[in-house]
Write a protein that binds this ligand. Structure first.
Ligand code: PMP
Length: 438
């Protein structure tokens, strides 16, 4: 595969775009420029076509350039782009989400997951009058200051003890005492969580978690773990924030909360909700179980949420169309089926090639990594993965026209076919065999 045009454009880009990219996560050993995407395929400027399982980091649940979404965006944009006032489609979208998402009594739209996560933490502090929030190692809740600790670590030793982990900064430029704002814990350890929350109940405003840990590995919650968070939050008057930016519309129409039957106080949806258009939603209960006002504080303007571009016409149109297609075509059973089939085929290929490939996840999204472990349960566990081997695997598949997220995550879309799954498994198998004999 030849990447000369991308190479030249990258050289040009580095002169004007910091690092040549628009997001930290797009930096790569081989930065590519893309020209078009359709269905399950994406094409770069050198004319190379890839079978795409990155889905632009998750949003493209219907695949690239879904015709119904594009048509809705075009039709609605022709009537205007942004009214700085209310419009019918925004109301229809809110009513639809209210119907689909168990915790969505009241909601507000923003543009990105990061903004909505930020608002959720502000709101939890206002509701409870407490300042700290509890988050889990290796989870991702956007790139803002308040959540830029506990995201990653250079190695397992740097994380310190499980009971009192080091507060590792993800970026320079954070305020001096920001570590005091949060408690960080390993995920999926209910006993440790119970002890910690009991000891700090007077300080903790919120517990925030992904429904499935997808930003490092693809790790399902242990049975009872999410319910355990729900119980602790009820017991101590803590706001349960479920970050559904990845799980939303991917595990089903009601996100992880419907899938696992756990209703949080607040939830954030983004990504797959609008097929790549910028919109997110913070939704939640009007009041907490004990009667303290929650979303009601935003309703009354006591907690501020705002944004010039919020619920802009193209994004709302894209979200409405995406939700309509997902429902009308009953996409989710197919995502699980195709994902499960690809997971099985990858396991089989790895067995044949005698490679220790661990395939973990739910189907609509899953992770591949090289380790002798049979299960990974938290961020600390992910250090058992051989990162160099993974990047070789991903790089070699890419050279054969199969695009997977660099950290080993695969997303399935409604545009993928059984033939795509076979093609992906064959390419992965070829690479695994080649690695086995190397
Ligand atoms: N929460 C989770 C769970 C995410 O995966 C992401 C993005 N990867 C975010 C929040 C932030 O969303 P955005 O990139 O839209 O700001």
């Amino acid at each position: 595969m030849q990447h000369e045009k991308s190479r030249q454009l990258d050289e040009r880009a580095r002169r004007v775009l910091a690092g040549g990219v628009a997001s930290e996560f797009r930096k790569s050993a081989q930065p590519l420029f893309y020209e078009s995407g359709r269905g399950s395929r994406i094409t770069d400027v050198d004319g190379n076509e890839y079978l795409d399982f990155t889905l632009s980091q998750g949003p493209l649940i219907l695949g690239h350039s879904n015709p119904q979404v594009l048509q809705a965006v075009q039709e609605y944009s022709e009537r205007g782009q942004l009214f700085a006032g209310q419009h019918l489609q925004e109301l229809e979208l809110a009513e639809k989400l209210h119907e689909l998402i168990p915790c969505a009594e009241l909601m507000r739209f923003s543009l990105s997951g990061s903004e909505a996560d930020h608002t959720a933490i502000r709101l939890a502090r206002a509701t409870t009058g407490k300042e700290k929030f509890l988050r889990f190692e290796g989870h991702y809740h956007g790139w803002f200051d308040n959540v830029a600790i506990g995201v990653s670590a250079p190695d397992e030793a740097a994380l310190g003890s499980r009971e009192n982990p080091e507060k590792i900064r993800w970026t320079k430029g954070l305020p001096a005492r920001i570590e005091e704002e949060m408690i960080v814990l390993p995920w999926n350890d209910l006993e440790l969580l119970e002890q910690t929350v009991a000891a700090h109940q007077d300080e903790i405003a919120a517990i925030i978690t992904e429904g499935v840990m997808c930003n490092n590995g693809c790790i399902p919650p242990r049975p009872g773990f999410l319910q355990g968070i729900r119980d602790l939050c009820d017991k101590y008057g803590i706001v349960f924030i479920l970050d559904e930016v990845i799980t939303g519309f991917r595990l089903g129409m009601g996100g992880a909360q419907k899938f696992y039957d756990i209703v949080p106080d607040l939830a954030i949806f983004g990504k797959a909700m609008a097929s790549g258009y910028p919109i997110s939603v913070l939704c939640g209960r009007r009041k907490m179980k004990g009667g303290k006002p929650l979303m009601e504080l935003i309703e009354k303007g006591e907690v501020i949420h705002a944004g010039t571009m919020n619920s802009n016409n193209p994004s709302v149109a894209a979200a409405l169309a995406t939700v309509q297609v997902l429902e009308a075509e009953n996409v989710h059973p197919r995502l699980f089926e195709l994902g499960q089939s690809l997971m099985d085929k990858l396991r089989e290929a790895a067995r044949e090639a005698n490679q220790p490939l661990l395939v973990q996840g739910l189907g609509p999204m899953f992770h591949t990594g090289f380790t002798d472990e049979t299960e990974i349960n938290d961020y600390r566990g992910t250090f058992a993965y051989d990162k160099a081997k993974l990047s070789h695997f991903i790089g070699a598949m890419h050279e054969r026209g199969l695009r997977v997220i660099g950290r080993g995550l695969w997303y399935i879309s409604a545009a993928h076919t059984e033939a795509d799954i076979d093609e992906a498994a064959n390419i992965a198998g070829e690479v695994l065999r080649e690695m086995g004999s190397a």
